[in-house]
Design a protein around this ligand. Sequence first.
Ligand SMILES: [Zn+2]
Length: 161
Amino acid sequence: MITPTDVAIMQHLVEYTMQSYYTYRVGAFIVKPDTLELLGAAQRSFRVYETYADIRHAEITAILTTGNRCAGSTLFTTLEPCNHRRTKKRDTGIPLVPYQSCTDAIIASGIRRVVVGMIDPNPAIQGRSIEHLIQHGIAVEVIGTNCPELDEGIIAFSEKT
Ligand SMILES: [Zn+2]
């Protein structure tokens, strides 16, 4: 069930994500459901992981920085998490460890609920990741980002690739 709190947190997440300097912007918050404590936050251009920025997604960065505290938490993400099995490294030579996809990371982390802004328009995903998470017992809500500029950047990226 979507709550007014979900909508408010997503709005904060969208504002945070729009601070990213990429056109293709994705952001993630990890929130403790009872206290609403913000346990972790990442944008795709999160400064600490700048050298990883083109390979490590916001959801994985947020999960890695939150660590064990992910258990029982809620992940807010502006975009449906990826379900890709990435096999090749980029030129940086940095291995794509420890997770192959954001859905793998979510399932392994103990996150219990995922609130998604936008369903990924990429034909390879388009709701498949959400189905995958639900099959693993994770509650998923899709609430929209209410931010056309953010969504248009994702759509443009999706059409380009
Ligand atoms: Zn991802």
